[in-house]
Design a protein around this ligand. Structure first.
Ligand SMILES: [Ca+2]
Ligand SMILES: [Ca+2]
Length: 171
């Protein structure tokens, strides 16, 4: 079924508004994200030792990172990009910071395949997402702020640039 043009626009505006007002996918950030995070890291390390990497584990790591995070927009005119270390002090930030947290967590777990930071140009602004080369070599996108309607916004977006810790890639 193809939704009416109005429905697409409504979803798009809703999503963009939620981003702008800092409405978080993490309404219920755990009270002690640092403690939970340390427990998760240990748990994942055991799983990696036992079963190795697979798509389900990558999904679990990225989803858990988002659940530990609280979306907080940058102040106007101060677009601060947090490092992994900065983010893990309070687990709060916006799309680029959460992307950096997911990226840093996979690196910390010695994820063996490629990871890239991707910037998308969306109709109403830019957005950061994580690209992961899965164990079977397919690339999968992980949205740092998975809100309702996000897939529509992403479908209307284009990639501006990507990078990893070695290179910058232009489409
Ligand atoms: Ca920002
Ligand atoms: Ca930020």
């Amino acid at each position: 079924m193809v939704p009416k043009k109005g429905a697409w626009l409504k979803a798009l505006i809703l999503f963009s508004l939620m981003i702008c007002v800092g409405c978080s996918p993490a309404y219920f950030q755990p009270t002690e994200p640092g403690t939970d995070y340390r427990w998760l890291i240990e748990n994942w390390q055991h799983r990696i030792e036992k079963e190795g990497w697979n798509e389900a584990l990558v999904d679990d790591v990225t989803r858990s990172c988002i659940q530990l995070s609280k979306y907080e927009p940058d102040p106007v005119d101060d677009d601060h990009w947090e490092t992994y270390q900065e983010f893990t002090r309070d687990f709060k930030g916006d799309c680029e910071d959460i992307t950096s947290f997911m990226y840093g967590t996979l690196k910390r777990l010695n994820y063996p395949n490629n990871l890239r930071f991707r910037i998308l140009r969306m109709p109403l602004g830019d957005h950061a997402v994580l690209m992961v080369e899965l164990p079977d070599q397919r690339w999968k996108m992980f949205n740092s702020v998975p809100l309702p309607g996000a897939s529509i916004d992403i479908a209307l977006s284009r990639t501006v640039v990507e990078w990893d810790d070695k290179y910058i890639y232009y489409p």
